[in-house]
Design a protein around this ligand. Sequence first.
Ligand SMILES: Nc1nc2c(ncn2[C@@H]2O[C@H](COP(=O)(O)OP(=O)(O)OP(=O)(O)O)[C@@H](O)[C@H]2O)c(=O)[nH]1
Ligand SMILES: [Mg+2]
Length: 348
Amino acid sequence: MMVKKIIANSVSEAMELVKRDLGEEAIILNTRHIKVGGLFGLFAQKKVELVASVDEHPIIHEKDVQQPAPKRTPQLKKTIEMPVPKIISFSSRRLPEELGAYEAILSEPALQARVEQLHDVLLSTYYKTDDLEQVQQAFAQTIEHELQVTTVTSRYVMLTGPTGVGKTTTIAKLAAYYRLTEGKTVGLITTDTYRISAIEQLQTYAEIIDVPLHIAYDLAEFERAKEQLADCDIVLIDTAGRNFLDAGYITQLESRHDFSNTDVFLVLSLTAKYRDLEQIRRRFEQVPLNGFIFTKADETTEFWSIYGLAVEAKLPVLCITTGQEVPEDITWVNQSDMSRMIVERGGR
Ligand SMILES: Nc1nc2c(ncn2[C@@H]2O[C@H](COP(=O)(O)OP(=O)(O)OP(=O)(O)O)[C@@H](O)[C@H]2O)c(=O)[nH]1
Ligand SMILES: [Mg+2]
């Protein structure tokens, strides 16, 4: 491995020099803000010192076998060979000591799709401003850029998602919100008829909130229920997640229900691991999803998954739920609140 130290006026200039001298495969081992020249501490120039390395014996991929080996430029030969510092692991992304807290953050699974961009934002803001608050702000803004929020625009609102995430509880919160806060006429339909207790649970909420509930044991009953709720401004539909993993059920449902007049939300619990959430999202991809509802925010301190899923699925968030209490434990978020919440809680 060859290591080279570069001093430049800015990170971007230093990066360019690294690319020119060591090539695209170079790895940044360390960066630091230094002062050069000056007299008695005055008039010194602010510079960036960057230590980069490149593997002298890169792995040769099959597709590269026919290619002649690249010639080293005379400049590269002049490079001073230095022992590699022990703390550096080959794949790690180094940040200045003051940004040490971000190194753990950048290893979050939910950030991997954008890790290079986030790393660059941290470094360039730090060297431009020297101010950790501004670094955090720039980081939050980059996160915010990927987040979207949405509102319900269709007459039908269908909640789907895995077992136990809080679909029914959230339906009750939404019913209360649309009826009591927005003054709309609300109807409920449940197609989750696998468990008696699930029906009873929604029945209890429907009685308290004073909205009609129809139980649909099959698609014919589902159509009848919709007819009976034809006067409602908004019809909230509770489902059994398992139905939506069955392609046959979705095809049947699509033949008897107009999804162009329906907002479908995937309900996911923030207590689950990011990789599991991403896998669940992929399993629900065959459903025409309009966005996410995230639940159980009160039971976790880390919200990186919201960002990771926004990047992967490019879907907006309707709301986030924050407890078991109906109707109060629901939060309507905007992008900047959400990004602040993700960055501040995740940085703890
Ligand atoms: N802490 C916390 N618990 C919640 C939240 N939302 C729902 N729950 C709880 O999660 C449990 C499951 O909620 P349900 O609404 O029955 O979940 P579901 O997705 O309808 O479950 P199934 O119908 O069995 O698939 C209940 O104990 C709820 O009180 C939340 O935001 N925070
Ligand atoms: Mg339920």
